[in-house]
Design a protein around this ligand. Structure first.
Ligand code: HEC
Ligand code: HEC
Ligand code: HEC
Ligand code: HEC
Ligand code: HEC
Length: 321
């Protein structure tokens, strides 16, 4: 019995030695030519990305309308880009020729010029079929800046207070997710201006009364850049209305618009709300004489000419003016 056991142990020892000498067989490295290859192995990431505006960047009807169906080829550069890691930080990205329908796809952000995929994880399994390699730029703002600084979002982030600035864009735009096997991952849905909860997390609205009268304040408590940011077409409007004696409501009166105007709107200035900043407005606003029960609301429009009924209502509060 004793010899049988020690024989088994010895056999085990030989097996362990063989395993050290011959590393566990890994899948053969893949030549990565299409983002559709990633979908099967990274199904959870792919499902999040499918919901994102990165996936939508080439098909987006708004983009097609404004680019005249991409007759304006300049618009392809960031909406169907070549892999950004093939360009130096700060260099202008260029359009790709194939699979433009996938928009800003997996290869756009991950494909490494020397083969494999970029990751910020220094301990990634380099023998995985997609050959992950450590790239410092992956988690830095420089990665996003390749496409996101034409309207100075990155400059605004640099000027943000430390508690909102954090370590970069992915702190807020890629919240942590756990992947199969317990590996830490990052959400790829990039929720922002098309998501009510993300929009509401950007600002806090308050109404009140003090020695100077009734007021509404808006504070940028959750965006690491101006509110709204990036696209000049975004607009956020503060509005107020009063209740009549018969209980019906008057029409909405504009208090303030937060927006970075188009270049040809030379009569307008930039009125975005910087990261961490608070603005206060008197009620009733200048030029209006009204008192009684009032409601104040904040509307968000992805397009400055969008009618009120299509805008997203972020907040509505009541007060006596
Ligand atoms: C045949 C399956 C397969 C394909 C195809 C594949 N991967 Fe992977 N990938 C893996 C495996 C396995 C790992 C290691 C996972 C782990 O550590 O748990 C990995 C790891 C990664 C990592 C590193 C994750 C980390 O934090 O450690 C990234 C980034 C990545 N893949 C991106 C991609 C992209 C982008 C594509 C498509 C261009 C792709 N992969 C295609 C199987 C695949
Ligand atoms: C330097 C990179 C870059 C180029 C070039 C570019 N875009 Fe964009 N575009 C972006 C980024 C980044 C966003 C996302 C910003 C945001 O959502 O505010 C965007 C968003 C948009 C949107 C908003 C989409 C939506 O549904 O909200 C439209 C419309 C648009 N672009 C049209 C164009 C047109 C038209 C051109 C060519 C004249 C163009 N873009 C060229 C980077 C670029
Ligand atoms: C290769 C260019 C490119 C890179 C790199 C890139 N983006 Fe984008 N991003 C775009 C384009 C183009 C859009 C707009 C697509 C559309 O709406 O048509 C966009 C849209 C967005 C949006 C808005 C989503 C919405 O619902 O409106 C967010 C947020 C965003 N990107 C964050 C990031 C972050 C964070 C990074 C860095 C990790 C990053 N992006 C890297 C091109 C890029
Ligand atoms: C503290 C959290 C936070 C950080 C950090 C942050 N953002 Fe945002 N971002 C938000 C919130 C909240 C919104 C939605 C409100 C808005 O549009 O300003 C947003 C919106 C956006 C949009 C959508 C704009 C549009 O018009 O559709 C883009 C693009 C974007 N962020 C890019 C970036 C980039 C690039 C960085 C890094 C330089 C960054 N963000 C850093 C919270 C953050
Ligand atoms: C806009 C750029 C962008 C796009 C598009 C993108 N990624 Fe990522 N990805 C990142 C960033 C930034 C990280 C976080 C840093 C890191 O882990 O390297 C990341 C992390 C990952 C990781 C490791 C963390 C995790 O969540 O598991 C995998 C795997 C991955 N991406 C796969 C993909 C696949 C597959 C696609 C296409 C379906 C894709 N990515 C599209 C930028 C992008």
């Amino acid at each position: 019995m004793k010899t049988f056991l020690s024989g088994l142990l010895a056999l085990g020892g030989v097996a362990a030695l063989v395993m050290v000498l011959i590393p566990p067989k890994s899948d053969a490295p893949l030549r990565l030519v299409s983002s559709t290859q990633c979908f099967a192995c990274h199904a959870d990431v792919a499902a999040e990305w499918q919901e994102s505006h990165h996936q939508f960047a080439f098909e987006n009807p708004e983009v097609r309308r404004l680019s005249n169906n991409f007759a304006n080829q300049e618009c392809l550069a960031c909406h169907a880009p070549r892999p950004v890691l093939s360009f130096k930080p700060g260099e202008r990205v260029l359009a790709r020729q194939s699979e433009r329908g996938l928009g800003v796809d997996c290869l756009s952000c991950h494909s490494h010029p020397e083969g494999g995929v970029g990751t910020k994880n220094p301990n990634a399994k380099s023998d995985a079929p997609c050959q992950p390699r450590y790239v410092e730029r992956m988690e830095s703002v420089d990665h996003c800046a390749a496409c996101h600084n034409q309207h100075k979002t990155v400059e605004q982030w640099r000027a943000a207070p430390p508690e909102l600035k954090g370590t970069g864009c992915i702190d807020c735009h890629m919240p942590e997710e756990f992947r199969a096997g317990g590996r830490r991952g990052r959400n790829h849905a990039f929720k922002a201006s098309h998501d009510l909860a993300a929009l509401q997390s950007a600002v806090e609205m308050k109404v009140g009364k003090d020695g100077n009268g009734a007021f509404v304040t808006l504070e940028n408590v959750g965006a690491g850049h101006n509110f709204p940011t990036d696209e000049r077409s975004r607009a956020a409007d503060l509005q107020v209305r009063w209740q009549h004696a018969d209980g019906s409501w008057g029409s909405w009166v504009q208090i303030h618009r937060f927006r970075d105007p188009y270049r040809d709107e030379t009569d307008l200035t930039n009125t975005q709300l910087p990261s961490g900043a608070t603005e206060r407005y008197a009620l009733p606003p200048d030029g209006v004489t009204q008192s009684g029960s009032a409601e104040v609301r904040l509307l968000y429009r992805t397009n400055p000419f969008m009618p009120d009924g299509e805008a997203k209502e972020l907040y509505r509060l009541s007060l006596e003016v």
